[in-house]
Write a protein that binds this ligand. Structure first.
Ligand SMILES: Nc1ncnc2c1ncn2[C@@H]1O[C@H](COP(=O)(O)OP(=O)(O)OP(=O)(O)O)[C@@H](O)[C@H]1O
Length: 335
């Protein structure tokens, strides 16, 4: 079997993977033997590579040509067994970061370690599903599975079970005739059936219907139970249900990092106003109001008493933060 992982970065034009550098010679073939059945075996100790963090990024800078760096002096550590969701505004470099973690892109500066090694050295211990997709249009779903399962040394024949769990029909139709969501289901089936310690998923739920999202989350729970590490980007707060860590990325780097519930709890109550020019004195945190469909929204300052602010005539209401409020708070007020 070939030593090439299902690393879709080579089959997409979303990001350049041409680093012009050879992978190191100490590549570990890392076979950890999928069983092809429904259950996921606990990750073997050997695959944890001496208990090093699953991912350790230090001082990562990634620049394309003369453009300003997409990532600058970026640090992140992911512990083995965690399920981490990366969130952040469009264009902040989440895909670039994930590509650097997998060896698809080479950092301009800084280091990336996966289980204590360079990503290239442990390619067989990870699988990467890029947002832009890797299914081959001219092949059927089944033919794609045959093609890709021959490429990754840790591929298993579980892909059909996963496809079934995601309710993917039409495995014998050409992928060119699939809907966007069907393509995504096929790619998730191919990715999640690879038996590796680390799964790197770029916006895996972007085109899935709510039922498929729920089933995908249940599979993430299975991976977590089996000790696998998952890192995925997402714009959907629903995906936090399956995560035990949320990392919010803004232009300045990581602006929030913790359990999703803890980060949500730490966001102050929201003051909803009709007018952007309302002066609430020191009752608002920061100068900024967010213009939304439900009015102008700001965050209560630490000193303000919600019940007092709520009675002010210019205040529509004081309420608990919604998921977009949580995002605005960390990205735009704290970022
Ligand atoms: N190969 C490349 N050459 C030049 N610029 C690139 C390349 N790949 C990515 N970029 C730039 O890097 C920046 C970050 O892109 P990236 O796709 O990582 O953002 P993102 O956070 O994943 O965004 P989104 O949430 O929209 O998916 C963008 O400005 C993008 O244009």
């Amino acid at each position: 079997m070939s030593d090439v992982p299902i690393d879709t970065s080579a089959s997409t034009d979303a990001i350049s993977t041409d680093t012009g550098e050879e992978p190191p010679a100490d590549a570990d073939d890392g076979e950890d033997g999928g069983d092809g059945g429904d259950a996921i075996d606990p990750v073997p100790d050997a695959a944890i590579h001496d208990s090093a963090p699953a991912v350790r990024v230090r001082g990562l800078t990634k620049r394309f040509g003369d453009d300003p760096p997409v990532l600058a002096d970026f640090d992140l550590t992911l512990n083995a067994g965690e399920t981490t969701v990366l969130m952040g505004p469009n264009g902040t470099g989440k895909t670039v970061l994930l590509a650097c973690l997998t060896g698809g892109l080479r950092p301009t500066a800084g280091t990336v370690e996966v289980f204590g090694h360079s990503p290239e050295a442990v390619r067989s211990d990870l699988v990467f599903a890029l947002q832009d997709g890797f299914a081959v249009d001219d092949l059927s779903g089944r033919e794609n599975a045959e093609f890709y399962t021959a490429l990754h040394p840790a591929a298993t024949d579980r892909w059909e079970t996963v496809a079934d769990r995601l309710r993917l029909d039409g495995l014998d139709r050409r992928v060119a005739d699939y809907s966007g969501g069907m393509v995504r289901k096929l790619e998730l089936a191919l990715t999640l059936s690879v038996d590796v310690p680390l799964y790197v998923l770029d916006e895996p739920t972007a085109e899935l219907d709510p039922t498929a999202v729920e089933r995908f989350h249940a599979m993430l729970d299975d991976l977590a139970d089996a000790g696998r590490t998952v890192v995925m980007s997402s714009h959907s707060p629903r995906d936090l249900r399956a995560a035990n860590r949320l990392v919010v990325v803004a232009d300045s780097g990581v602006v929030a990092d913790g359990h999703p519930d803890d980060l949500r709890e730490a966001v102050p109550p929201v003051v909803v106003l009709d007018r952007a020019d309302t002066d609430l004195g020191g009752h608002l945190r920061g100068p900024r109001l967010f213009d939304t469909d439900t009015g102008f929204r700001g965050f209560l300052s630490a000193e303000a008493d919600p019940s007092v602010v709520d009675t002010r005539p210019e205040v529509v209401r004081v309420e608990r933060p919604t998921p977009p409020d949580v995002f605005n708070y960390y990205v735009h007020l704290r970022g």
